[in-house]
Ligand binder design. Structure first.
Ligand code: TMP
Length: 198
């Protein structure tokens, strides 16, 4: 277990399947008796749940939205991520700071460098050491979200920009792109294979 990443994030555009894969991955860790925790952003703490409600129920300016996502993350990192890492748990997080960079930065045009600066304040020097990017075409994702009757669904053109952002971010060596078009079980196997090789 030594040297395996302890903070793992699943990223992707809405409807790509990251929530399913994050759950499967954490169940896999549990099945091999590795102490782990599944969590998410936004809404991974009681404060975060309230922030998520504000985001869902109100139309807010993009600057306000950014600060709400950061407030959610600031609480989540300190209340959930850090203490569990200190207890030697592997933290599997459905979304992370990279959602902010992709959605608010590449998607909504807020300066990416500025977002990275803000993130170093919000994340208290704690960044995911491994990121699985579930890559998927926005057209398919939007169809999936409509079928699922998701509370808020994004436009194809917006998700295209977000996806481009994620693909740029995936140049980082902590990122692994996995193909969201594959069926759930095969995709899970791909993820486990990557993790096993680390
Ligand atoms: P979810 O569907 O994964 O719960 O995420 C909620 C929405 O919030 C999703 O459309 C992505 C978006 N989001 C951002 O725009 N910025 C962020 O920093 C995060 C964490 C999520």
């Amino acid at each position: 277990m030594k040297d395996k990443p302890q903070y793992i994030a699943f990223e992707g555009i809405d409807g790509a399947g990251k929530t399913t894969q994050a759950k499967l991955f954490q169940s896999f860790l549990a099945s091999i008796n590795i102490k782990s925790l599944l969590t998410k952003e936004p809404g991974g703490t009681p404060v975060g749940i309230k922030i998520k409600e504000i985001l869902l129920e109100n139309k807010v300016y993009k600057e306000t939205e950014l600060l709400l996502f950061l407030a959610d993350r600031s609480q989540h990192i300190r209340e959930v991520v850090k203490p569990n890492i200190e207890k030697n748990f592997i933290v599997v997080s459905d979304r992370s700071l990279y959602s902010t960079i992709a959605y608010q930065g590449f998607g909504k045009g807020i300066d990416v460098k500025f977002l990275h600066k803000l993130s170093s304040f919000t994340n208290n020097k704690l960044f995911p050491q491994l990121v699985f990017l579930i890559d998927m075409q926005p057209e398919v994702c939007v169809m999936r979200c409509k079928k699922r009757d998701k509370e808020k669904s994004e436009s194809i053109s917006f998700l295209k920009k977000v996806r481009e952002g994620y693909l740029k971010l995936s140049e980082k060596k902590t990122f692994f792109i996995v193909d969201g078009q594959k069926d759930i079980a095969t995709l899970h196997e791909d993820i486990v294979k990557i993790w096993n090789k680390l």
